[in-house]
Design a protein around this ligand. Structure first.
Ligand code: NDP
Ligand code: 8X3
Length: 251
């Protein structure tokens, strides 16, 4: 039985990925900050799918907490087959010259340093075994910078570079590295970006059919279940209505 470790499993993509892999009888290590949500999800997955689930609540920005949580994994949970570095966020949508320092910090610390914190603790166990798969959730924002996207786009450009770096440095160790770069997907993403403004968040998905979290979970599962010699390096996926951050065809 294979083990998947998902960061940011309390909502959106991470939660859908958890359901999908539970349905396929993978063992799950689920991370996020909201412990109540993690526990509720774990209970549901155990009851509905008989899933073997371990919850690991921590803030990916808190390096010491990440190190301790992963170092203290029970022995039978130590060997992770698939790490999905999904936890992330956009905070604000202002011009760079008006950017909020706190927004910048939370995005850089979560999307870049948080991803590295978790990666750095799991990757050596994969190297030790000579196998494993790392899937990083990037974004089309990392491929093309858009108006007012500035620091969020920079964090996702960093994920793009880090995914390449991981693939290169881990090459001798038989570890697969995939980056998935979604366009507009309806999750809690916009609610977080607009700091709880539900009306503004709703507008982000108005007039077209956005991707769903399940669309991304299906792609993660597909990438994870290719034969061992096949690596999907980089996947860009948008809704039919979106050609790039700049071209959206709304009905
Ligand atoms: P959601 O807001 O729905 O989910 C984000 C998840 O990340 C939550 O589970 C949240 O859990 C977790 N998270 C946030 N900060 C931390 C932290 N410091 N430590 C641990 N977990 C954290 O958004 P999405 O599902 O849409 O986003 C998932 C990823 O996909 C992000 O990296 C995002 O940038 C990326 N993405 C999203 C797109 C979209 O249009 N939705 C498109 C392209 C990429 P909790 O708050 O409980 O900690
Ligand atoms: C999320 C998609 O286009 O809002 O990464 O940046 S976008």
């Amino acid at each position: 039985m294979k083990t998947i470790f998902i960061t940011g499993a309390t909502a959106g993509f991470g939660k859908a990925i958890a359901y999908t892999f539970a349905q396929h009888a993978w063992r799950l290590i689920l991370n996020g900050r909201r412990q109540d949500r993690l526990e509720a999800l774990a209970t549901e997955l155990r009851n509905d799918y008989g899933a073997d689930v371990l919850t690991l609540p921590f803030d990916v920005r808190d390096r010491e907490a990440v190190v301790q949580a992963i170092r203290n994994l029970p022995h039978e949970w130590k060997w992770v087959d698939l790490l999905v570095n999904n936890a992330g966020l956009a905070s604000g949508l202002s011009t760079i010259q008006e950017g909020d320092f706190a927004d910048w910090d939370v995005m850089l610390d979560t999307n870049v340093k948080g991803l590295l914190n978790v990666f750095r603790c799991i990757a050596p166990t994969m190297v030790e075994r000579g196998q494993g798969h790392i899937i990083n959730i990037g974004s089309i924002a990392g491929k093309q910078t858009y108006l007012r996207g500035n620091v969020y786009c920079a964090t996702k450009a960093a994920v793009n570079a880090l995914s390449e770096a991981m693939r290169i440095d881990l090459l001798p160790h038989g570890i697969r590295v995939t980056q998935i770069c979604p366009g507009a997907a309806e999750t809690e993403f916009s609610l977080v970006r607009f700091k709880g403004d539900a009306e503004r968040a709703k507008q982000a998905y108005a007039g077209y059919k956005p991707l769903t979290a399940q669309d991304i979970a299906d792609i993660v599962y597909f990438a994870a279940t290719r034969p061992g010699h096949v690596v999907l390096n980089d996947i860009v996926v948008t809704p039919l209505a979106q050609a790039s951050p700049y071209y959206m065809h709304k009905g």
